[in-house]
Design a protein around this ligand. Structure first.
Ligand code: C2E
Ligand code: CA
Ligand code: CA
Length: 594
């Protein structure tokens, strides 16, 4: 456990609780509070004068009628998380932050919070206590005007100008950060009915409820805006290019389901559904206006479609259809003619400076087109189902090599595993565990030498099924790594449930570390978190010595990246392993690069 926050005994905590009661009696506009931070933050105690400051009663907040995520102004959530994490993991025990909170009358309050964090010795629970005051009156005229020009006063969400600004930011950042963004354009069905029959007041309240529910569907990096009557836009940022569609599908489904539940407003039970159009930033447009227009077009098509609530913008799909077909045929030929090949990228233990394993990465050696990246053909293989025979080939080939390594005397003793990538379609197959077992048995390898890399997208839809499959294979000794961590919906709650052994920090974090301070803090947080959960951690995309130094200082175990070596052909990888027996690793860096 490496948290620097202070542990307190039970009686010290009682004293703190008494302080809160005491402050309650002082009153005024200083509100004291205590929040438990484990997994989902929860208000445990808050002084009753909160009603005078924000309009919510003490009971409402303690009963969790409003969660912190809906109270805090959406764009401030990320900043708050970061400040709180800093307080938890750095030596900054006392902290101050300012944020905007939505009061019950839907006005926005500028609040200053002073807090400290501590850990309860017995239960190991994390808490945050402190007090807050309302600084709204002190805010300058300019800040308020800025606020009004970018925000929708009804829901407190960003407005059209705001979302355009955010889209523009994403357009500029996706190239450097290797990430992807998607725009979801939502329109409520039958909203006009509500307005016409029950009046604007009820209509407005429905919109507020809708905005609350929508907020619960997205994560801090994402942006939610209301850009017109019943039109909402969600910008999903920092997605993984590989799993973009899966993520959009998951969020769209979540949005659809949550809005489908009836809204109870006064004595009315209101039903609404939504249609969603999607445009991918950079692919379906290169300006905010174009993207909004195309997502809107897709939404209109979805609205007309009786059977689907979701529609991706069409032009890309049509364009891609022809190439898809071509690639599909080519893949069939490739399987028959053995054009696939596995490359191996070493994984290096930072402390001992030894190669401990390798990730197997597929390459397609096309007779005319040369080497084709998996990023190009894996998505098509997934759509067409061809991923199944490809995956079978990958697993067999990797197992063959593991078998060979077991007998090879030139392999350094530190080297103990090969990891392979499992596509989400493959993982979801009912026969997945049986297939893996069969291939392992046929190859006769020690299953402990095999690691399977899965992404959150493969697990999240049916967590129970995923856990069951993992446990079956773990029983044999196979290890599991969570790939691309940090790009998905990485929540502590489900991470704790998953029988994962290793977390792989996504390369976008490592690569942006020197330009983006948030990424630095998040990387640090991920490392701390995995240590707390007793998970090993491996950082991907380590290209520079600065990356390595940062990771080493924070206690990251292992890395993989161009800094030491690119993925190598089998032959080159074997040669590298042999060399590591003769020379220290740092002298081999240039050999490995070749
Ligand atoms: P991944 O699982 O995240 O694999 C890591 C990718 O990062 C690899 O790309 C690797 O070459 C690249 N990489 C490693 N170190 C660095 C670095 O320092 N800088 C940069 N810029 N990149 C680095 P690759 O080989 O192109 O593979 C792309 C993706 O294709 C993989 O991402 C994985 O999701 C998928 N893939 C590869 N092989 C297989 C496979 O056999 N089966 C399945 N289902 N998917 C595969
Ligand atoms: Ca991987
Ligand atoms: Ca990865």
């Amino acid at each position: 456990m490496h948290c620097h926050n202070v542990s307190l005994s039970t009686h010290q905590i009682d004293d703190l609780d008494k302080c809160i009661d005491l402050m309650d009696n002082i009153g005024g506009n200083v509100v004291s509070f205590k929040i438990t931070l484990n997994s989902k933050p929860k208000i445990e105690n808050i002084s009753s004068n909160i009603v005078e400051v924000l309009g919510y009663s003490q009971e409402e907040l303690l009963d969790q009628k409003y969660t912190l995520e809906t109270l805090i102004y959406q764009k401030d959530i990320k900043y708050i998380y970061i400040t709180v994490y800093q307080a938890l993991f750095a030596r900054k025990r006392q902290q101050q932050l300012s944020c905007r909170i939505l009061a019950k009358d839907n006005t926005v309050k500028y609040i200053t919070i002073h807090f400290l964090t501590y850990r309860e010795k017995q239960t190991q629970k994390l808490h945050m206590i402190g007090y807050m005051s309302d600084d709204t009156e002190k805010k300058s005229y300019k800040e308020k005007v800025d606020y009004l020009s970018y925000y929708d006063t009804l829901t407190g969400l960003g407005n059209r100008a705001y979302i355009k600004k955010e889209i523009q930011k994403d357009i500029e950042s996706i190239i450097s950060s290797h990430s992807a963004s998607a725009l979801l354009f939502l329109n409520l069905n039958r909203f006009k009915n509500v307005n016409d029959t029950l009046g604007h007041k009820i209509g407005n309240r429905l919109l507020k409820h809708v905005s609350h529910r929508l907020r619960s569907c997205i994560k801090e990096d994402d942006t939610l805006a209301r850009i017109g009557g019943d039109e909402f836009v969600i910008l999903l940022s920092r997605l993984n290019q590989k799993t973009l569609r899966t993520h959009v599908d998951i969020i769209a489904k979540r949005v659809y389901n949550i809005l489908e539940r009836p809204f109870s407003i006064d004595s009315n039970l209101l039903h609404t559904t939504t249609s969603i159009g999607v445009a991918i930033v950079g692919i379906d447009g290169n300006s905010a206006d174009e993207l909004l227009k195309n997502a809107d077009t897709a939404m209109s098509l979805a609205k007309k479609d009786q059977n689907h609530y979701l529609r991706y913008y069409q032009s890309t799909m049509q364009e891609n259809a022809a190439t898809h077909l071509e690639v599909e045929n080519d893949i069939r030929v490739a399987l028959k003619e053995e054009q696939f090949e596995l490359y191996y990228q070493p994984q290096v233990d930072i402390k001992s400076d030894q190669i401990t394993g390798a990730e197997a990465l597929i390459r397609w050696r096309h007779p005319e087109k040369g080497i084709i990246s998996p990023l190009k053909f894996i998505p098509i293989a997934e759509e067409t189902g061809l991923i199944i025979p490809i995956s079978e080939w990958v697993l067999k080939t990797a197992c063959q090599y593991i078998k060979e390594l077991e007998k090879d005397e030139n392999v350094p003793s530190s080297f103990h595993k090969i990891s392979i990538n499992i596509s989400s379609k493959q993982f979801k197959q009912p026969t997945f565990t049986a297939d893996v077992k069969r291939i392992i048995k046929q190859s006769g390898i020690n299953p402990a030498s095999l690691e399977l890399e899965v992404t959150e997208g493969a697990l999240i839809n049916d967590l129970d099924d995923a856990i069951e499959k993992m446990l079956i294979l773990k029983e044999l000794g196979i290890q599991f790594a969570l790939d691309d961590f940090g790009t998905g919906y990485s929540s502590l709650t489900y991470l704790k449930k998953l029988p994962i052994d290793i977390i792989k920090i996504d390369k976008s974090f490592i690569m942006n570390m020197h330009t983006d301070n948030d990424d630095k803090i998040l990387t640090q947080t991920i490392i701390q978190m995995s240590q707390n959960l007793n998970l090993s951690i491996i950082a991907e995309g380590v290209e520079k010595i600065e990356h390595l130094n940062f990771l080493q200082e924070r206690g990251c175990d292992t890395y993989q990246g161009y800094f030491f070596s690119k993925p190598l052909t089998l032959k080159a990888f074997k040669r590298l392993l042999l060399l590591t027996k003769q020379q220290p690793l740092h002298l081999l860096r240039d050999t490995a690069q070749a």
